[in-house]
Design a protein around this ligand. Structure first.
Ligand code: SDX
Length: 423
C-alpha cells in the first residue's frame, strides 16, 4: 500500500534526490533508503536502531503509544484468554490458527520429539554444577546442531522446528535439575506440553508427582504472553545470524544468549532481585525509586520502561491480573505475596513520579512475571529460561519469514569511522 505522499526529497551538496516512502498495513510509513548511499554518498546513523526498520514482517504488530500487541492480527488479550500456547505457536509460524486436525498432528509430533539424545546427559554433567541455566540452554541448543546434521531443506527445517519446540522444555528442565543436583526426569507422552514441563521440573524418581492444573494453565498463559514481540533484541539477533545462512539451531542459540542480558529478558530475574532487596531493606520502595532516578546511580527500576511501549505494556496488564489470581492460592504473608505488594507499591510511586511520567516509563512484561514464577516455585535463575521457552515459536517464525523474504540479504550494517586516519 503506497502512502498518500509516496516519496521524500533530500537535498545535499547542491543535489536533490527523491526516496520512495513505503507504508505497512497499520499506516506506519518508512523511507526506503536502499539507494541512499548510491544516490547521495550518505549513510544513516541510528545507534540501537531505534528509528530503523530492518525488515517487513507480517507476524506481530505493536502500537507502543496505544499499548497494542497482536499476533497475526489477533489481540494478545483474546489469545491469552481463549487460546493455548501450541495454538499460538502454530499461528505465529503458519499465519493462521490451526484447525483441530492440524493442532492434533502438531502437538502429536511435538510430543514424540520431547526426548533428548542420551548423550545429552554427559553434555550436562560436563558443565559446572552452579552454571546459570541460560548459557546451559544456549549451549545445548547449539549442540543440537551436532546431533542433527542433515543438509537444510524444507523437510529438515520442519523437523528442526518440531525438535526445538519439543526439546526446549526438556533442555530447560534438565538445566534446572543439573543445577540442583537431582536426576533428570524423562518427558512423558501422555502429558500435555506444560504439564510435561512442570513434571520434568519438580518431580523426583522417589515419589509420584501431582501436577497442579492451575500451574500448567498459568504456565501456558505465560508462554503465550512471551511468544513473540516483533524485532526485539533477541529476535533481531536470530534474524542476523540466520542472514548468513547459519542453521536454525545456531540462530536460536544466539537468540537465547541475547535474551540473557539484564536489559532484555534477563530483566525478569533482576526484578525479583530488586523486590527482594527492597523487602530486605525495610521495604522502603521510595528509597529505591530515588536511586533509579539518580543520574549518578546506575540502578534502574527493572521491569520498567520499553523501547516501543510508551504506555502500559498490555502483557503486564494481563500478568498483574493473573498475579492476583495465583496469589489468592498462596498463604497471605508468603514471600510471593510480600513481593507482589512491593511491586504494586513501586508501580504506584513510579506512575505518579514526574521522572517516569515524563520519560513514559511503565511496567513491561518482566515487571510481574517473576512474581508468578516465584509463586509457582520456579527458581529465580530459571526466569529468563521461561522467557526463552515462550519466545521459541516467535524466534522460529521470524527466522522462517526472513529466509522466505524476497528482500533477504546478509545483515551487514555500516559505520561512521572515528578512529585514527592514515599514519
Ligand atoms: C524486554 O524490545 C522488546 O520488545 C523487548 C521485550 C520483548 O518482549 O522482547 O519487550 C522484553 O526486554 C522488556 C524490557 C526489559 N528491560 C528492563 O526492564 C530493564 C529496565 N528498562 C530499561 O533499561 C530500558 O527502559 C529499556 C532497555 C527497556 C529501553 O531502553 P531505551 O529505549 O534504550 O531507553 P533509554 O535507556 O535510552 O532510557 C530513556 C531514559 C533515560 O533517561 P535520560 O537519559 O533520558 O535522562 O529513561 C531512563 C534512562 O535513564 N530509563 C530508566 C529506565 N528505563 C529507562 N530510568 C530508570 N529505570 C528504568 N527502568
Amino acid at each position: 500500500m503506497a502512502p498518500a505522499q509516496n516519496r521524500i526529497e533530500i537535498s545535499y551538496n547542491g543535489k536533490t534526490v527523491a526516496l520512495p516512502l513505503i507504508e505497512g498495513t497499520e499506516a506506519e510509513a518508512a523511507i526506503d533508503i536502499r539507494n541512499l548511499r548510491q544516490q547521495t554518498g550518505l549513510i544513516t546513523f541510528d545507534p540501537g536502531y531505534a528509528n530503523t526498520g530492518a525488515c517487513k514482517s507480517a507476524i506481530t504488530f505493536i502500537d507502543g503509544e496505544q499499548g497494542i500487541l497482536r499476533y497475526r492480527g489477533y489481540p494478545i488479550e483474546d489469545l491469552a484468554e481463549k487460546s493455548t500456547f501450541l495454538e499460538v505457536a502454530w499461528l505465529l509460524i503458519h499465519g493462521e490458527l490451526p484447525s483441530r486436525p492440524e493442532l492434533e498432528s502438531f502437538s502429536g509430533e511435538i510430543t514424540r520429539h520431547t526426548l533428548l539424545h542420551e548423550n545429552f546427559a554427559r553434555f550436562f554433567s560436563a558443565l559446572p554444577k552452579d552454571a546459570h541455566p541460560m548459557p546451559v540452554c544456549a549451549a545445548a541448543v547449539a549442540a543440537m546442531a551436532t546431533f542433527y546434521q542433515e543438509p537444510e531443506s524444507d523437510d529438515t527445517i520442519h523437523k528442526t522446528v518440531i525438535r526445538l519446540l519439543a526439546k526446549m522444555p526438556t533442555i530447560a528442565a534438565y538445566s534446572y535439575k543439573h543445577y540442583i543436583g537431582q536426576p533428570f526426569i524423562y518427558p512423558r507422552n501422555d502429558l500435555d506440553y506444560c504439564s510435561n514441563f512442570v513434571r520434568m521440573m519438580f518431580a523426583t524418581p522417589c515419589e509420584e508427582y501431582e501436577i497442579d492444573p492451575l500451574y500448567a494453565k498459568t504456565l501456558d498463559l505465560l508462554l503465550i504472553l512471551h511468544a513473540d514481540h516483533e524485532q526485539n533484541c533477541s529476535t533481531s539477533t536470530v534474524r542476523m545470524v540466520g542472514s548468513s545462512q547459519a542453521n536454525l539451531f545456531a540462530s536460536i542459540s544466539s537468540g537465547i544468549s541475547a535474551l540473557w542480558g539484564p536489559l532484555h529478558g534477563g530483566a525478569n530475574q533482576k526484578v525479583i532481585e530488586m523486590l527482594e532487596w527492597i523487602a530486605q531493606n525495610d521495604g522502603n520502595a521510595d528509597r529505591f525509586v530515588a536511586r533509579a532516578k539518580d543520574k549518578n546511580d546506575t540502578t534502574r527500576l527493572m521491569g520498567f520502561g520499553h523501547r516501543v511501549y510508551k504506555s502500559y505494556d498490555p502483557r503486564a496488564t494481563i500478568l498483574k491480573k493473573y498475579c492476583e489470581q495465583i496469589l489468592a492460592k498462596v498463604p497471605a504473608g508468603s514471600p510471593s505475596a510480600k513481593l507482589f505488594d512491593i511491586a504494586r507499591k513501586l508501580e504506584e510511586i513510579a506512575l505518579s513520579d514526574e521522572y517516569f511520567v515524563k520519560r513514559k516509563l511503565y511496567p513491561n512484561v518482566d515487571f510481574y512475571s517473576g512474581v508468578i514464577y516465584k509463586a509457582m516455585g520456579i527458581p529465580t535463575n530459571m526466569f529468563t529460561v521461561m522467557f526463552a521457552l515462550g519466545r521459541m515459536p516467535g524466534w522460529v517464525a521470524q527466522w522462517l519469514e526472513s529466509r522466505r523474504d524476497p528482500d533477504f540479504k546478509i545483515g551487514r550494517p555500516r559505520q561512521i569511522y572515528v578512529g585514527a586516519t592514515k599514519r
